[in-house]
Design a protein around this ligand. Structure first.
Ligand code: ADP
Ligand code: MG
Length: 258
């Protein structure tokens, strides 16, 4: 519980920072990127100064992508919980990933039959699955690996969660990547924590995932050790409401996007 409070405070800090200064910061960065680009046109090709200007451009662009991540994060509207087919969302994401990511994605929904709806915001759920699958694919880093997703109804009540009449669903996203050290596991959900090279990772993916899972009233767990891959386990509130109710509600309250 203390860990959750600390995480919530970190999330709040990120949100405040983003809302307050990220926008102005972005304008400054645009100037730096633009000026560096103009300077690069005047610099003699292959000279030291050309290389240094290039470094400025790369660093400023990386800062821009961090700020962009912050803005997206801060402007996010609170989600609208509706009955969503969890396996359906995983299938959508798997289809999207196939276009860009080499590893095989295996999906097992056999233990979710007749009980596979969760109460969640569809877009946010999509983002959770997408972020975790992308991390899994990036950890594997090639074609030689498998991402296994399992969706199932939970028997009873998961640890640290309340009993619900409609029960709980679980989604497990496991990969055959290199796994992670105890140090990485401890800092996984810290804003800006990344072990990826410059320009590759923002360190915000899991911050967003944890925030969304919390908003949905669920819980996220990690199981990983060096050389043993990683498994993210997410519990979400199940619902016995049919999917038809979802479409009707969607047409009643269209969602505005900026
Ligand atoms: P990013 O992907 O931008 O680095 P994330 O918040 O998504 O940021 O992840 C933070 C860090 O957690 C990653 O840089 C990586 O070290 C570790 N991590 C996340 N998912 C996995 C995974 N499936 N296997 C191994 N390490 C992971
Ligand atoms: Mg990530």
């Amino acid at each position: 519980a203390r860990e959750q409070v600390a995480r919530a405070q970190k999330l709040e800090a990120v949100g405040l920072l983003a809302g307050g200064i990220a926008h102005d910061f972005n304008n400054v960065l645009t100037t730096i990127v633009g000026a560096a680009h103009l300077a690069s046109l005047d610099a003699p090709e292959g000279s030291d100064i050309a290389g240094e200007i290039e470094q400025i451009e790369i660093a400023a662009k990386r800062a821009q992508s961090l700020v962009h991540g912050l803005l997206t994060f801060a402007r996010r509207e609170p989600g609208k919980p509706q009955p969503v087919d969890l396996c359906g969302v995983v299938k959508e994401v798997a289809r999207l990933l196939k276009a860009s990511v080499p590893p095989t994605v295996k999906l097992d929904c056999s233990d979710a039959v007749g009980h596979k709806m969760v109460m969640a915001d569809h877009t946010n759920l999509h983002q959770i699955v997408m972020n975790l699958s992308r991390n899994a694919a990036e950890a594997i880093g090639g074609e030689e690996g498998v991402i296994s997703v399992r969706v199932a109804a939970v028997d009873g009540t998961p640890p640290e969660l309340a009993e619900r009449a409609d029960g709980w669903m679980v989604m497990e996203i496991a990969d055959t990547g290199p796994g992670m050290s105890a140090e990485t596991r401890a800092r996984l959900f810290d804003p800006f924590f990344t072990t990826k090279p410059l320009g590759k990772g923002s360190g915000l993916g899991l911050v967003v995932v944890a925030g969304l899972v919390e908003e949905m009233g669920g819980r996220i767990e990690v199981d990983s050790a060096p050389g043993e891959g990683a498994k993210f386990v997410i519990y979400l509130p199940a619902t016995s409401q049919p999917e038809a109710a979802q479409e009707q509600r969607q047409s009643e309250t269209p969602r505005g996007h900026e």
